[in-house]
Write a protein of this length. Sequence first.
Length: 324
Amino acid sequence: MSKHKQILSKQELDVVANVPVQINEVFPGCTTNDCKRWPIITDNVSGEILCGSCGLVLEEKSLETISSYYSDPIDYLTKKNSGSVNSLTMFDMNMTTIMSKRDSLGKSLSRTAKNEFYRLNILNTRSSVASKSRTLRSGLLFLNMLQMKLGIPDSIAENSAHMYRKAIRAKLTVGRKSKNIICACIYASCKQYGIPRSILEISTVSNMGKKEIARTYRSLVERLDLSINPFSSREFLASIADEAKISEKSRRDALEIIYSIEKAGLSQGKNPKALASASLYLACVLNAERKTQAEIAKASRITSTTIRTRYYDLKEFFLETIES
């Protein structure tokens, strides 16, 4: 016998032989007399083990054999242990290529394989630092920064990244700044999904010119043939009213005013934010609520002149309606 093996004495062997062996039943049986002994049911969410025949709870908290989200197919697709999901907002769509100097067993590669993988690594590096790749990388980094500052959801960011990739393939980046194209893509995505974000807000956050973003947006819609519906004034009503601290009664009256305007077709070609501000000001006047045009203009970031012009249009429209 080798010296490395442990030798037990006769007394130790007797002690080991007398120890009772405990068998842990993974699936305990039902104790009911009239049970048909059907197969048991394991609830992976609550951790209970039930009898398939009489429904008796055999064990309340069983050991978790699989993840709890496997019972829900939606959670399984979003939380399964296969790494983070692919995203268009990342330069490589979260599919990074990593080349190791060892094989799957951890052994070192041969000299021929090392030379081949060295050349492949050089080609991979060159492809990632090409001019188009640099434009795409810098634009997507700028997109992620704007997403955090504007507080837009991931669906808007994904659609903006997809639109930006299409703009690169259509060669819209030639002669234009990539940051302007990203701002135009975000504005177009917000309009498609009905998220109220104006060009002025995007311009302020991105520190880019409002006219340049608007010009790039028009080119983007024309070249990519996008179908975009205009914003409704109702979408800006809540944010302006919250900023100006307008009462709930005036908000509801302003909403009715906007419905009447849209039904009459007077909202076409008008700035929706200006119409929302003018409707709020008219509702405050009707309810004798002391709110000046300057306060509403500060809340909506629109000049008082624009609000005054839209206010006179609304006033004239309702006077004609009353007279008729």
